[in-house]
Design a protein around this ligand. Structure first.
Ligand code: CP3
Length: 368
């Protein structure tokens, strides 16, 4: 039982790493930061390794090379956390779908799921075998990272994964999955439950192999009505949370970050799942979010990623404004409101890291 003291569950030691401390709302001297999609095509050293791997999916399936690209942004910028290099769509593949990434078109899942029979044919994969290459990568990253830098594992949310599995790839209108939701909600629920159980086992395996925090990406939660969000997205994330091991192999607490893009109206309901951290996109001000969820959860975010296209002085100004909006309170992990894009300049990240460190150090040392 969570919160119950027993000899088999001694109280977790307090972490020393800033990122984990902020997730648990413990005091820090500087606001920790990492960036969604911190590894990727905007880095020339990533493009080099990806060329060596041949294609993106082969890179994900090569533990040595996936480890290398995970470490690249940490080394280059001195970020406060590493995120496993992989993709959310390896789970649908392990469940039995065929996945490919076509240049310029994004991901393609063949034979998209359109009826109950197709859903019933999906497996709940054993992550140690079907996703063993991810586990090998997690263990290897953890071995090669300095102890001061925590490793974040991740998965897509059941709803977000289901959009790709039912649409057959990226979508704009979500025509097929929304038709299923309205015409045949039972089939969609069966699919979401099967994905949630696969994801829970997958994240627990990442935790066993060395992930020290996990983030659930609900990239497409924002296309649902508030009522549908509760029923078709939040419920699946809550199901995962209820099944997660919240302790690492060394007994330390493993924080869960929920990032639901475009779901700023749903923050209170998301905090009710028992997650430690809410990831915010740039449409909800941090101070407003904090007033609404109080001290129940830490907050992660939330600079508009497009700021990275502006001049260095603008990056500094915008980062400073976000740090000031949060103020001298515990529980802030700096991040972008979504990911880095391939055409961004790595020099902007250098400026961002400097601004976040300098401003937060000053504000946290002089609380008003
Ligand atoms: O954040 C990180 O650095 C870790 C790695 C990571 C990737 N994808 C690498 C990637 C993570 C956490 C993801 C998650 C992911 N993948 C999401 C959820 C997060 C989000 O962005 O909202 C989604 C929706 C996907 C699905 C996906 N993967 C799409 C739609 C695409 C194609 C878009 C594109 O940029 O071409 C990918 C490919 C992908 N995933 C790349 C990377 C670095 C680009 C692949 C390449 O060409 O090298």
């Amino acid at each position: 039982m969570s919160g119950t003291f027993s000899p088999s569950s001694p109280p977790s030691p307090e972490p020393t790493q800033g990122f984990l401390r902020a997730c648990l709302r413990l005091p820090v001297a500087e606001t920790p930061l990492w960036l969604m999609r911190q590894a990727g095509r905007y880095l020339p050293e990533y493009r080099q390794v990806r060329a060596k791997a041949g294609d993106f999916l082969s890179l994900c399936k090569n533990p040595g090379l996936a480890t290398e690209v995970t470490l690249q942004p940490v080394r280059r910028f001195g970020l406060d956390a590493a995120i496993l290099f992989s993709d959310i769509l390896v789970v649908p593949e392990a469940m039995g779908m065929s996945l490919r990434f076509s240049e310029g078109e994004g991901p393609i899942l063949d034979n998209p799921l359109r009826d109950r029979a197709a859903v019933d044919r999906l497996r709940i994969p054993d992550p140690e075998t079907a996703l063993g290459y991810v586990m090998e990568t997690v263990a290897r990253i953890r071995r090669e990272l300095p102890a001061s830098v925590p490793l974040i594992g991740f998965s897509g949310s059941p709803w977000t994964l289901a959009t790709y599995m039912v649409e057959g790839g990226s979508s704009k209108g979500f025509r097929w999955i929304k038709a299923m939701m309205y015409n045949d909600p039972g089939t969609l629920h069966a699919l979401l439950e099967r994905i949630a159980d696969s994801v829970a086992a997958y994240l627990n395996a990442q935790i066993r192999h060395g992930a020290q925090a996990v983030q659930i990406f609900d990239t497409w939660g924002g296309v649902l009505t508030p009522q549908a969000f509760r029923e078709f997205s939040l419920a699946g994330m809550a199901r995962i949370l209820s099944r997660l091991e919240r302790r690492g192999s060394d007994g330390s607490r493993v924080p869960v970050i929920l990032f639901a893009k475009g779901c700023g109206t749903m923050l209170e309901a998301m905090a009710d799942t028992g997650c430690e951290v809410l990831g915010l996109d740039w449409t909800t001000p941090l101070d407003e979010a904090r007033r609404r969820v109080g001290d129940r959860v830490a907050l992660q975010g939330n600079m508009d990623p497009a700021v990275m296209y502006a001049d260095a002085a603008v990056v500094r100004r915008e980062a400073t404004a976000i740090i000031r909006a949060f103020g001298a309170n515990p529980g802030h992990v700096f991040n972008l409101g979504h990911g880095m894009a391939p055409d961004m300049d790595p020099e902007r990240v250098v400026e961002l890291v400097r601004a976040v460190r300098e401003t937060s150090r000053e504000i946290l040392a002089n609380p008003r």
